[in-house]
Design a binder for this molecule. Structure first.
Ligand code: ADP
Length: 486
């Protein structure tokens, strides 16, 4: 089976969040399990700077309204498992510092950028004669691919099926209707059953409407998005496609996220020999300017600083915890400028017990996952969440809100307990959950050890998940073939 994964980010090339982890790991694991997988991404500036690439002698032109834009296809030279990774070059669109925007906000031409990329995906399929069985698209940046497969590129598609995965419904790629001529398809698609959304173009909706199958990144989230509360105004259209929608829980790359071999850590450890975790904790305490006290609970956070992640609750609870000097806390994050400022202000007030680093720092993230005792994820909503899984793998206990993928992975009661949960989105219930964790950490070390061990024993690898994707691809493909050749 030939699968092309189309996305706007993938590790190790470009990452702003979990989407990148998922695409990279899924590609490699599909290959390992015998599928013929490849990945296609935009050629961002950082990719060109950091990776060895070769240009393929293929160029293409695309009309975006009155302008002709040209593109070129590149390929990564050395990749894990020899996974073929293609890049779409257009320097006007992708030779920039950010993936989607900069300090001033989203790039104003994001519609053009991702229309171009989506068409570039199909130009690549056509010109390199890739003939994939499935094009697996991810989030709004690739939401037009399924539409193009059924329109502009239909004759090159044969029996190719499209699968569209929603990683986060909160980001939809909504653009004004005057961008319609850039799309290259007729206004007949601009209606309630198509890509129109309250007078605007909605690229996430395009993926939902035109793909053959839909998935989300956890079973819990696949149910939640059908409700008004979590559907971001797309619940109606999602309900119509309920029969084609399923949730497959994300995995993590367990070879990469492995405390026993992780080269970013000052010491390695495993479930059978945890001594190294203490070394990691002491090193993290020093790095953050904290006193290296073994028994002091150290709480970590690695997150996008956005409203979705419940950072307002973090601020509220941190104040309360730090005032009493009960804990040490380290926050690594970037995103919303006002939240960044708020976090930095808090750090000034609690120097010595709170350390905040604004930015994206992969190595520091590893040191936080390993050196902390607890990890906070009080998300307003959470499609899957990788942080809680990575934390558990590193023997760090998550305290999380019971929503979406967090509810699917974190267990608070019984002999399988691996973390702490709260339900209502209030500082009070969040604090109560952290407090429960703290009490056990401080007073019942044997019980804490059980919680840690439970988390570390879970199989978060992609191997089982990939089986689910492969089954879904097979099913979708056989249906498409039946329709095309009854
Ligand atoms: P989301 O994709 O919504 O941001 P996830 O929990 O699914 O959240 O994935 C987040 C991924 O991004 C994890 O791998 C996490 O370690 C990483 N990450 C988030 N913020 C940072 C940061 N500031 N520095 C380094 N890694 C980060």
């Amino acid at each position: 089976m030939k699968i092309l994964l189309a996305a706007s980010e993938s590790v190790p090339y470009a990452k702003t969040g979990g989407l990148a982890d998922v695409v990279g790991a899924l590609g490699v694991e599909l290959l390992k399990q015998g599928a013929d997988a490849s990945v296609i991404l935009p050629l961002y500036r950082t990719v060109r700077q950091k990776f060895k690439l070769k240009p393929l002698s293929v160029r293409f032109s695309i009309r975006l309204g009155p302008i002709i834009e040209t593109g070129r296809i590149w390929q990564a030279v050395k990749t894990e498992e020899n996974l073929p990774v293609y890049f779409i070059e257009n320097d006007r669109f992708f030779d920039r510092d950010g993936l989607y925007g900069n300090y001033a906000g989203d790039y104003l031409d994001n519609a053009s950028r991702f229309i171009f990329f989506s068409r570039g995906v199909l130009e690549t399929v056509r010109r390199l004669k890739l003939s994939p069985d499935v094009i697996h698209c991810n989030d709004w940046q690739t939401g037009l691919v399924p539409l193009y497969m059924k329109t502009l590129y239909q004759r090159y598609m044969g029996d190719t099926a499209s699968v569209f995965t929603i990683h986060n419904l909160g980001y939809q790629g909504r653009f004004w209707h005057l961008d319609m001529p850039l799309l290259g398809v007729g206004w007949e698609h601009f209606n309630m059953e198509g890509i129109e959304f309250y007078g605007k173009i909605n690229l996430m909706k395009s993926g939902i409407v035109y793909s053959d199958r839909l998935t989300t990144v956890s079973p819990g989230y696949s149910r939640e998005i059908l409700t008004e509360k979590h559907g971001f105004e797309l619940h109606g259209i999602l309900r119509k496609r309920r029969a084609d929608l399923s949730g497959i829980l994300n995995g993590i790359d367990t070879a990469y996220w492995n405390p026993a071999t992780d080269s970013c850590l000052p010491a390695n450890y495993s479930i059978d020999n945890m001594a190294g975790k203490q070394t990691c904790k002491a090193a993290l305490q020093r790095e953050c300017g904290f006193r290296p006290l073994k028994k002091k609970p150290l709480i970590g956070l690695v997150t996008r600083l956005s409203e979705q992640k419940g950072t307002d609750l973090v601020v509220a609870v941190a104040e309360k915890l730090l005032k009493k000097h009960e804990v040490q806390m380290v926050v690594l994050g970037s995103g919303d400028e006002s939240i960044e400022q708020e976090m930095l202000k808090l750090m000034n007030r609690y120097k010595g017990t709170l350390y905040v680093k604004i930015g994206f720092d992969e190595d520091f993230a590893h040191r936080i996952y390993s050196g902390s005792d607890m990890f906070l994820m009080p998300s307003r909503y959470e499609p899957c969440g990788l942080g809680q899984m990575i934390a558990m793998r590193y023997g760090t206990v998550p305290v999380a809100r019971k929503t979406g993928g967090l509810a699917d992975t974190v267990i608070e009661n019984g002999s399988r307990q691996n973390g702490y949960l709260f339900t209502g989105f209030t500082a009070r219930s969040f604090f109560a959950a952290v407090d429960r964790a703290l009490k056990i950490f401080l007073r019942r070390p044997a019980y804490w050890k059980m919680v840690v061990r439970n988390g570390m024993s879970i199989d978060f690898s992609w191997s089982g998940r990939v089986q689910q994707y492969l089954k879904l691809y097979e099913k979708t493909l056989s249906e498409i073939r039946l329709i095309n050749d009854p």
